[in-house]
Design a binder for this molecule. Structure first.
Ligand SMILES: [Fe+2]
Ligand SMILES: [Fe+2]
Length: 277
């Protein structure tokens, strides 16, 4: 009888073996420090997904469709994102001690990742997951456009496709729980807003901190250093951010009327463009 992971492997859309690592254009990316920070911090967070999976499975206990998908598909795909990005970092920036920096990152990050930080209701948590997947889908779209190495662009395209599919799953479950709990638009908006505020919060800061410390062992890391680093990273990347895509994915759970959406979309896209640039 095949094991769960063996049966999953046969359904996987891609594996690390599909990436043409030998074709990496080192000269196009090796000196791109901002890209190094963006790719490495993403690798840290993705590869730690198993912490979140346990929390989510515990939270959705009793719903085998959700917990089965989380365990058999979502977690494998997120971990693969982490493994692929880690491999990329180790290939392009071999002087960076990924393992050591990750150990320090994990020690701090694992303390922040607790089940009680999840939303108070299941529909709200599903709405929050939609925001997270929107965040990752737009992040990898940005990286793919920013990178001058076709291998990194191809890899981040594959990851983005996975993130969009995750979004669709969480959105589907959100609709089921929303109907079951009778959650209105106001409550959904609160959950979206709450998660949106966190998207650029602790996760990114802790990841950046440990990438920075491992590369600059004799320098202090504080809020100012983080702000400068972040500004530097997003100065170029911001130009490639998919503004309209982010707004569409963000407001979808609000189920706005087509007329209202038609008015709101360009306004909100303008706001996002202003914030991200
Ligand atoms: Fe991911
Ligand atoms: Fe995802």
């Amino acid at each position: 009888m095949p094991t769960a992971s063996a049966s999953y492997a046969s359904q996987q859309r891609w594996t690390l073996g599909d990436i043409p690592w030998h074709a990496i254009r080192h000269e196009a990316v090796a000196r791109h420090e901002e890209l190094f920070y963006l790719v490495t911090s993403a690798s840290f967070i993705e590869i730690t997904t198993d912490l979140y999976t346990r929390n989510l499975i515990e939270y959705f206990a009793g719903d085998p469709e959700v917990t089965g998908w989380l365990q058999d598909h979502w977690e494998h795909e997120e971990l693969q994102h982490g493994q692929a990005l880690k491999h990329y970092v180790q290939t392009v920036w071999p002087g960076f001690d990924w393992e050591r920096a990750y150990r320090d990152f994990f020690a701090e990050y694992s303390r922040c990742c607790k089940v009680e930080l999840l939303e108070p209701t299941r529909s709200m948590e599903m709405a929050a997951r939609c925001v997270v997947e929107m965040g990752t889908a737009t992040y990898y779209t940005t990286l793919s456009r920013l990178s001058r190495d076709p291998v990194l662009s191809g890899l981040t395209d594959r990851i983005r496709e996975d993130e969009v599919r995750h979004y669709k799953h969480f959105y589907h479950y959100f609709r089921i729980y929303q109907a079951r709990e009778g959650a209105g638009r106001g409550r959904t908006l609160r959950a979206l807003w709450h998660r949106l505020k966190m998207i650029d919060g602790e996760d990114g800061l802790i990841a950046m901190k440990h990438v920075f410390r491992a590369s600059h062992p004799y320098q202090d890391f504080n809020k100012r250093v983080y702000r400068d680093l972040r500004r530097r990273c997003w100065r170029d990347a911001g130009r490639h951010f998919p503004h309209e895509m982010s707004v569409k994915m963000l407001i979808k759970p609000l189920n706005l009327s087509p007329r209202f959406q038609h008015i709101a979309l360009p306004v909100l896209t303008g706001v996002v463009r202003h914030v991200v640039m």
